[in-house]
Design a protein around this ligand. Structure first.
Ligand code: GLU
Length: 415
């Protein structure tokens, strides 16, 4: 049975509201998206025919500021998935203390089977459909699964054409030439690597020489693998993508795997590695497991097979609540998504701040500020986990939800 991620998201809120004693109307606010838009829009395909696509933009909570969150293109997008992802963005921005609420967008489509020009028309039309809801002071989208800096460039241009002037701050994850930030492309993976580094001593691990398995070799997973390998001396023993995985006990060079994937379209068949399935990767012999693909991969069926001592969630929502409990009992150190992958939105915030000021930073400045944010946020979560004797996910939610609740109460309920 397919798990509904929004049900998971609401359950997580309930668990934390029980702990910190949030009830009544405020709990209801936390469990409901503030604003959602569904759009059905036609796109002309290359063969001259038209097809109607469905897309969404959900603004979950804006108590702490303008809403922020990516846009996902995937055949399995649903409104409930977008709601869950928008809720997670709310907590993510709060846990790393960005002055934002949370949002998310999605379009049901199969980008792997669309041409560039079809994707451009789809993107521009979707951007135009959601344009009443977005803007630098209102809601600022960014990349997510199967969208990239080119997608962001089209959205920036479409929005700017409607306004009659350039509005770089309407979206982040743009190419540098359009007001993008240095370091944004690798920020999710880099932030994840910093959090792993900070948490390792508390988990009794040394990253240097540790065996790492990475599920998903896109923007988050490939960068995390490269940084853990190059900068922290980890051994990358397993890698997968949507087509399957590869394993070598001795470790592989993630740069070579990336080159290979670039040429062949997948990591599968990488010379010298043993083929494994995505399911086998999760249970593979490793010290650190990095789920960097989609939701709901660690379940009550497979969580007890995890051999890693640490699970760092570069993906959003990879672990179900039942699996959380199993991992906690097994004393696996869990680095929850809203912390472990918050590097992306953190540098998105830096990008937006640079755009608004029209004043740009060097890569070193970006990475230093990113590192400071991730180190401080991990420290906050770790402290909360120790104090309350809860796992890191619950601790991260406590830190985040407390801030959102404070903002809601300070602002008061209108009118
Ligand atoms: N899609 C990314 C996430 O899930 C980045 C969002 C953003 O930069 O606004 O965190």
């Amino acid at each position: 049975m397919k798990v509904n991620p929004f049900e998971t998201a609401k359950r997580q809120v309930d668990i934390v509201c029980d702990i910190i004693g949030v009830n009544g109307g405020v709990r209801e606010i936390l469990k409901n998206p503030k604003r959602e838009l569904t759009v059905n829009f036609p796109v002309r395909l290359d063969d001259g025919s038209y097809r109607v696509f469905q897309g969404y933009r959900v603004q979950y909570n804006m108590a702490r500021g303008p809403t922020k969150g990516g846009i996902r293109y995937h055949p399995d997008v649903t409104l409930d998935e977008v709601r869950a992802l928008a809720a997670w963005m709310t907590w993510k921005c709060a846990v790393v203390n960005l002055p934002y609420g949370g949002a998310k967008g999605g379009v049901i489509c199969d980008p792997k089977h669309m041409s560039m020009s079809e994707l451009e028309r789809l993107t521009r039309r979707y951007a135009s459909e959601i344009s009443p809801l977005i803007g630098p002071e209102m809601d600022i989208p960014a990349p997510d699964v199967y969208t990239d800096s080119q997608t962001m460039a089209w959205i920036m241009d479409t929005y700017s054409m409607q306004k009659g002037y350039s509005v770089p701050g309407v979206i982040t994850g743009k190419p540098i030439a359009l007001g993008g930030s240095e370091g944004r492309g690798e920020a999710t993976g880099r932030g994840c690597a910093y959090v792993i580094r900070e948490a390792a001593p508390h988990a009794g691990l040394k990253v240097k020489g540790s065996a790492v398995a990475v599920q998903g070799f896109g923007n988050a997973g490939s960068v995390a693998a490269k940084i853990l390998h190059d900068e922290q001396g980890a051994k990358i023993v397993a890698i997968s993508d949507s087509k399957g995985g590869i394993y070598t006990a001795g470790g592989m060079d993630p740069h070579k795997v990336e080159e290979y994937k670039h040429k062949t379209g997948s990591v599968t068949g990488f010379p010298g590695a043993q083929p494994i399935t995505n399911e086998e990767l999760l249970a593979s012999k490793c010290d650190i497991l990095v789920p960097a693909a989609l939701e709901n991969v660690l379940t009550k069926r497979n969580a007890d097979k995890v051999q890693a001592k640490m699970v760092a969630e570069a993906a959003n929502g990879p672990t179900l609540p039942e699996a959380d409990e199993i991992l906690f009992e097994k004393k696996v150190t869990l680095l929850p998504d809203i912390l472990a992958n918050a590097g992306g939105v953190t540098v998105s915030y830096f990008e937006w701040a640079q755009d608004i000021q029209g004043f740009f930073w060097t890569l070193d400045e970006v990475n230093q500020r990113l590192e400071r944010t991730m180190v401080r946020s991990y420290g906050d979560v770790h402290k909360e986990a120790q104090a309350r004797k809860v796992h890191n996910r619950t601790a991260a939610y406590v830190v985040a939800i407390q801030k959102v609740v404070d903002a809601i109460q300070r602002r008061g309920i209108y009118p």
